[in-house]
Design a protein around this ligand. Structure first.
Ligand SMILES: NC(=O)c1ccc[n+]([C@@H]2O[C@H](COP(=O)([O-])OP(=O)(O)OC[C@H]3O[C@@H](n4cnc5c(N)ncnc54)[C@H](OP(=O)(O)O)[C@@H]3O)[C@@H](O)[C@H]2O)c1
Length: 286
């Protein structure tokens, strides 16, 4: 068992922390909004005074925050994670922040301190049940050392050197944002061409989006999109994918179109709804 710090106790970080606590690890937590740590502290976690304090008390410091700016805020400066590490600490960033943010953090992690990027695919239910897919980037020996810990959260796949985890996560989310928006456009076209709802879903069931269509039908019809993965975070991911593509010099036209739907839905006030509420925007419904 290890002393594990979890910095960032949002929808995903709080559940990851809970699983590690339940598995018997010593847990040290920090969150910008301290109230979100209360339940874990009641269950036995120690509350750190800052991200640096959390890292100082741990063998491994996991960060799970919203975006690149948040990662910078919790890792850099006198109170950041990096200020609390030494040669015996490993930092594992599990946020979806893209390869550029991982490189930036790598540039300030001191020599000798371990660093892995390990973002996840799967949402709150998978985090609770320990069935996340974890894309891990980093050197073999460090990945091997922390695979048992990451296996408590799901299935780790070592995808390459540091930064490869972040890259893999952007690849995975390219399919996520593309699928939901093309589904919305297909249904929107069916509506515009006068197909009945039943006929629309019967047609979609024969296509590669059949399962997606079936899963989303109730939300489309009720206008209830239970929040799991915030739409504002999906917009952030579309922006990260576009930035990574631009840095690599490639043209992702479908991503740009999907990104514009997420931008519109977020700007229209749906940022806190589930990302699938982009369907409501495309269909001009609730
Ligand atoms: N939800 C999902 O289904 C899902 C699935 C896979 C991957 N992800 C990724 O996992 C990461 C976390 O997602 P989530 O759903 O847990 O998000 P969330 O519920 O919105 O939580 C975001 C966390 O980041 C913290 N944070 C934001 N800005 C900060 C700042 N400037 N300084 C310090 N802390 C800051 C928040 O602190 P406060 O509590 O103080 O706001 C909170 O702890 C994101 O990168 C997301 O894209 C999410």
């Amino acid at each position: 068992m290890s002393a594990v710090a979890v910095v960032g106790l949002g929808a995903m970080g709080s559940r990851i922390a809970r699983r590690l606590l339940d598995a018997g690890h010593e847990l040290i937590v920090w969150n910008r909004t301290a109230a979100k740590a209360a339940e874990l502290v009641e269950l036995g976690a120690a509350l750190a005074a800052s991200p640096a304090d959390a890292a100082r008390r741990a063998e491994v410091a996991i960060t799970m925050v919203a975006n690149p700016q948040a990662l910078q805020d919790v890792t850099e400066g006198p109170n950041g994670v990096v200020a609390g590490v030494d040669g015996s600490t490993t930092i594992i960033d599990m946020s979806t922040v893209g390869p550029a943010a991982v490189s930036r953090l790598a540039s300030v992690v001191p020599e000798g301190t371990g660093f892995l990027d390990a973002p996840v695919l799967g949402s709150v239910l998978e985090a609770e049940s320990g069935t996340l897919h974890v894309f891990v980037g980093g050197p073999d020996s460090l990945v091997e050392r922390w695979t048992p810990l990451l296996s408590e959260l799901g299935s780790p796949t070592h995808v390459g050197p540091l930064g490869a985890g972040a890259a893999a996560k952007l690849v995975a989310n390219t399919t996520l944002i593309g699928t939901v928006t093309v589904l919305g456009e297909a249904i929107g076209l069916a509506q515009a061409l006068g197909l009945s709802r039943d006929a629309t879903f019967a047609v979609l069931s024969t296509t590669s989006l059949g399962t997606q269509a079936e899963q989303r039908r109730e939300a489309i019809e009720t206008g209830e999109y239970p929040p799991r993965f915030a739409l504002s975070l999906a917009r952030k991911d579309a922006d990260l994918i576009a930035a990574a593509a631009a840095a690599a010099g490639i043209d992702l036209r479908v991503v740009e179109a999907a990104r514009s739907w997420f931008r519109d839905a977020d700007d229209a006030g749906s940022g806190d709804r589930d990302y699938s509420a982009v369907l409501a925007r495309i269909l001009q419904s609730r």
